[in-house]
Design a protein around this ligand. Structure first.
Ligand code: HEM
Length: 229
């Protein structure tokens, strides 16, 4: 099969879903690690340094382009796969005890993905647009011009609103379930099906999904309730 033929085949599309998914998982780990710097209780000094590095390092900026291409590819392939599956089977499967045969979240990847996409649009508007496309954000407290805030202070302000905190927490619950299925599905796509290793991969996926999303959810909560100073 030619390369183009492979990418257009359903397995090719699943490989793109899996590869972009694994790349996005790596991004989540780095993003979570940098964000955890808010817990240093130093008025955001360490966090702002981390954010400045992420915003100015050329390699990270280049990866940002790869990241956005990855997100778009992941979404487009998900839509194409869903439409093709529907076309291949216009009459839906008769659902005989669906809950016993698969988890609800593996059957709801589209819904969970859409909720995460809605979160992402709100989220990018909150921070990324403000920090990259306006001059409202200062790198640190000492270089602040009138009318500017550091990214840390901007986060504190955004998370003053309890509705925003609620949206973030609900999004992190959606992300947990999306990752619970996505993590092991990606490994399965790459043929990693092994008597000894598959259970370990499954457990790692469960731990990863829960830990990373709980850490993310703890940030708006901690900032809202004043646990971060
Ligand atoms: C819930 C806790 C989260 C907080 C407090 C948070 C905070 C931030 C902040 C402050 C930025 C701006 C960084 C900068 O401009 O230097 C940012 C960027 C971004 N966030 Fe989040 N984030 C969270 C969760 C997430 C999640 C779960 C995703 C993905 C599903 C995500 C995706 C992104 C993307 C794509 C960017 C822009 C790219 C970049 O700056 O690297 N974030 N986030």
């Amino acid at each position: 099969m030619s390369n183009a033929g492979f990418l257009k085949s359903s397995i090719g599309k699943k490989v793109i879903m899996g590869a972009t998914g694994l790349f996005l998982i790596t991004f989540l780990m780095v993003h979570c690690f940098i964000n955890m710097l808010i817990f240093f209780q130093d008025g955001g000094e360490t966090f702002n340094k981390g954010a400045e590095f992420m915003g100015t390092n050329w390699l990270i900026r280049a990866m940002e382009i790869v990241l956005f291409v990855g997100i778009i590819l992941h979404i487009v392939q998900a839509l194409v796969l869903t439409l093709e599956n529907r076309k291949a089977r216009p009459v839906p499967y008769e659902k005989i005890n669906g809950a016993a045969n698969s988890s609800w979240y593996s059957r709801s990847m589209g819904l969970l993905g859409t909720l995460i996409l809605m979160f992402l649009i709100i989220h990018l508007k909150h921070f990324w647009v403000v920090s990259r496309f306006t001059d409202h954000i200062a790198h640190n407290e000492y270089e602040k011009l009138p009318g500017q805030e550091t990214l840390f202070k901007e986060m504190m302000e955004v998370f003053e609103n309890p509705m925003v905190v609620l949206v973030y927490v609900l999004a992190m619950i959606s992300l947990t379930y999306h990752l619970l299925h996505g993590f092991q599905s990606a490994f399965q796509t790459f043929g990693l099906n092994h008597r000894k290793y598959t259970p370990i991969i499954k457990k790692t996926g469960i731990a990863f999904s829960i830990i990373i999303c709980t850490l993310f959810a703890s940030m708006p909560i901690a900032m809202h309730f004043g646990f971060v100073k």
